[in-house]
Ligand binder design. Structure first.
Ligand code: PMP
Length: 371
């Protein structure tokens, strides 16, 4: 397998032509608004396996109306970030975990897993040409979107023989404007995932199926829908694109509780990073089923101290209100708490390399000027 990415410029896109969009994107950081000027591409077919790794100008795909992804939903993606360190060097945060999850998602969707070497090779190769798109500033980063979809042109229910992998980036500041807190709305009409389903995979259908509840949450004056388990509708699972953690006061100690990744929720990289960091900060960490009524009773009694949503895009944000029909549970005093601040700062220290701890979580790609 050749994992050297060939750099291919179009005759009409000479280096330097894209500097206006880049400068504008860095001046006005809005999540997901502007793509890097290049993208990585690798294709798969049955004869050659994964082959033809390239860096090409960012641009449209030509897709046949018969492409299998459009009909049978074989599509998966990842979201990861590349941070600028205080010395100007760049590092992707835990790309090995994202590559492994991408491979697990592929397997669940009967797609050929992309070897880790090509996944990380694509990140390195893209940053070699578009490293100047990584913004400066704590909390800002280049969001990277690896994805893969079925391209074989044929109808009929079976896995595709051909696939396209692609990776592009987009400079990102904070995910939410305003104070670092959100309100969540419990969806009781819909469920996101059941055991044996695709909840643990980052497949595109999971997001399509979640959007209606998300719009209802927004209509109810909240930021995100909170998903419950599909069987009893009593246990907190996660949000549409973030994991959930709750900090309780129990027998005089602060205990951080988060639902286990037992098949119906996404195994978040930020979640597992925060669990490690929380343990180092001497919080007791419990991965166990979390009942919604435990959250609600804790908000009433004051034993629920803080609550968080976490993910690559958002980092860590505080959940300050849980709305379940007419019942509104205010978490703590309705403001982000001190532990949220401490965990968020610690997370940013490690992601940006302000702290030398956990250097193995950062995949360095060398110094790239930020002009
Ligand atoms: N749950 C879902 C459904 C998500 O889409 C995401 C974002 N990838 C997360 C949780 C958080 O995962 P991570 O920390 O790896 O971004």
């Amino acid at each position: 397998m050749n994992s050297t990415f060939l750099f291919t410029e179009n005759s009409d896109t000479k280096s330097g032509d894209d500097d206006g969009p880049r400068r504008e994107a860095l001046r006005n950081l809005r999540f997901g608004a502007a793509p890097t000027s290049h993208m990585a591409s690798v294709v798969f077919n049955r004869e050659f396996g994964w082959h033809d790794p390239r860096i090409v100008p960012f641009g449209a795909f030509k897709i046949s109306p018969m492409s299998r992804a459009l009909h049978y939903g074989q599509g998966i993606f990842e979201g990861m970030k590349v941070y600028r360190s205080p010395d100007g060097s760049l590092a992707a945060f835990r790309p090995d975990l994202h590559a492994a999850r991408f491979a697990r998602s592929a397997e669940r969707m009967a797609m050929p897993p992309l070897p880790q070497e090509l996944f990380i090779g694509a990140v390195d190769a893209l940053l070699a040409v578009d490293g100047t798109w990584v913004p400066e500033g704590r909390g800002s980063a280049l969001y990277m979107r690896p994805f893969m979809f079925a391209t074989e042109e044929a109808l009929g229910f079976r896995p595709s023989d051909q696939y396209q992998f692609c990776l592009f980036g987009s400079p990102a500041g904070t995910y939410y404007d305003g104070p670092p807190s959100i309100r969540v709305w419990v969806t009781r009409e819909f469920t996101r995932a059941a055991l044996g389903g695709t909840g643990a995979a980052k497949c595109i259908g999971n997001y399509g199926g979640s959007l209606l509840a998300h719009t209802q949450a927004v209509a109810a004056g909240c930021d995100q829908a909170l998903w419950l388990d599909a069987v009893e509708h009593e246990f907190v699972e996660e949000l549409g694109g973030m994991n959930v953690l709750a900090l309780f006061k129990m027998a005089g100690r602060a205990v951080l509780v988060t639902p286990p990744t037992s098949g119906t929720i996404l195994d978040g990289v930020t979640r597992s990073t925060l669990l490690d960091l929380a343990g180092e900060l001497d919080l007791v960490v419990e991965q166990r089923p979390l009942r919604l009524d435990e959250v609600q009773a804790g908000a009433d009694s004051g034993e629920l101290l803080e609550m968080y949503a976490c993910g690559t895009a958002v980092g860590l944000t505080s959940i300050v209100e849980v709305k379940d029909g007419d019942r509104i549970s205010v978490v703590g005093d309705g403001q982000p708490g001190p532990v949220a601040r401490m965990l968020r700062e610690r997370l940013l220290d490690v992601q940006h390399g302000y702290s030398t701890d956990h250097a193995d979580w950062r995949h360095g790609v060398g110094a790239v000027a930020a002009w």
